[in-house]
Design a protein around this ligand. Structure first.
Ligand SMILES: Cc1ncc(C[n+]2csc(CCOP(=O)(O)OP(=O)(O)O)c2C)c(N)n1
Length: 366
């Protein structure tokens, strides 16, 4: 909701709430919010299914990284509500712009599970066809997905297409110049983009307190002339309701929206990280107590909308996905490191040729 600016030339968005929007409390009790209606039981079941399957997939990917089948794996554990609800809130014609952390969002969007992991195996391409799934390749340079989403949706709007985009980004990424440029031009051009910041409290070892002095990351929206929402990112019902509304607002032409979702990365940053060096176990325990899956399961069971049979079905689906990924990565275990150098330039520059020669020597020496 926007108020009219006193000069009458621009709308002044309301300040985001300091308390995050929450529809279900951490004990699984329904709270509700007149401004953000709680999704119906079918939608809540779809959210729970996505999170159960996503968590199993995530655990499998972590194991594959430890076994050396993946080059690296940034876990989604703890952030399933943001990733599943964000992906499910999108319409077919919309685009998802994920980061390296958002494998579960890609899975939820319908990308083949083995293809979700292609980039993280160290392949030179993203595995899936971005146009078919309307999912941009996972980006590793922080915030570099954000300007692309602005350009794509601005262009689509000019061509009369009804296409919105959801950009996923971390709290650390909000300090990048690309984030600023994307927020600013999304607002100036009225591009139908929703930026969903998953504030998982850490950018590797840097706490969110070192990224900003703003009261919440959602408050940053105001300076750009955007609407900002602040939501409990471990409440899948709330994330779904807030992202759905933001997408509807962006689509209707009232401008882009910036959402901060409060969540937590329960696992290390990647399999190459040692979080015990920078965070307390008590903090992790606090967030384990706010698990997004058990919260929604408790609500649905209490309201008679889910039972053992549903949970068993979701778990079996998760096992099938994990087994499929294990089998396919084992069957197709050949990656040629030379490929990394093959598709960047028409003629390889001398510095890159030297790096390629060094890599070949290193691999020969084993
Ligand atoms: C432009 C850029 N600078 C630095 C890095 C190195 N780097 C990789 S992940 C990361 C932390 C990112 O934190 P955040 O944006 O909060 O996302 P999270 O990993 O917590 O999901 C950094 C600094 C990078 N990938 N890109």
């Amino acid at each position: 909701m926007k108020r009219t600016h006193s000069s009458g030339t621009a709308a002044v968005p309301d300040l985001p709430s300091l308390e995050p929007i929450r529809l279900v409390d951490r004990h699984g009790r329904r709270l509700g919010d007149p401004a953000f209606p709680t999704p119906d039981h079918d939608t809540l079941l779809a959210l729970l299914r996505g999170m159960v399957v996503g968590r199993r997939f995530d655990r499998q990917a972590g194991a594959l990284a430890r076994q050396g089948s993946l080059a690296v794996y940034p876990s989604s554990h703890g952030q399933e509500a943001c990733q599943v609800a964000g992906a499910l809130a999108l319409a077919d014609q919309d685009w998802l712009f994920p980061t390296y952390r958002d494998s579960v969002a890609l899975l939820t969007r319908g990308v083949d599970p083995a293809e979700v992991l292609t980039l993280l195996r160290g392949d030179w391409h993203s595995g899936y066809d971005p146009r078919r799934h309307r999912c941009a390749p996972q980006c590793t340079p922080l915030a570099s997905n954000a300007p692309h989403a602005v350009g794509l949706t601005y262009a689509a709007r000019r061509q009369g297409e009804d296409t919105a985009a959801l950009v996923l980004m971390g709290d650390g990424a909000t300090s990048e110049g690309d984030a600023h440029e994307a927020y600013n031009f999304a607002a100036v051009w009225n591009a139908p983009v929703v930026f969903l910041i998953q504030n998982n409290r850490w950018a590797i070892s840097v706490p969110v307190e070192k990224q900003t002095r703003a009261p919440t990351l959602a408050h940053k929206a105001i300076g750009y002339g955007m609407t900002g929402y602040h939501v409990d990112g471990n409440d899948a019902a709330a994330v779904y309701a807030v992202v759905s509304r933001a997408l509807a607002e962006a689509r209707s032409g009232s401008g882009p929206v910036l959402i901060e979702a409060q969540t937590y990365r329960l696992d290390p940053h990647t399999n190459a990280d040692a979080p015990q060096r920078y965070r307390d176990e008590a903090e992790v325990a606090y967030w384990r107590d706010r698990d997004p899956l058990s919260r929604l399961e408790t609500l649905l069971r209490a309201e008679g909308a889910a039972g053992d049979a549903d949970l068993e079905r979701f778990a079996a689906e998760g096992e099938r996905v994990a087994a499929d990924v294990r089998r396919r990565l084992a069957e197709d275990d050949h990656l040629d490191p030379d490929d990394l150098f093959a598709h960047v330039y028409a003629g390889i520059p001398p510095a890159l040729a030297r790096q390629r020669a060094d890599l070949r020597d290193e691999l020969r020496e084993g």
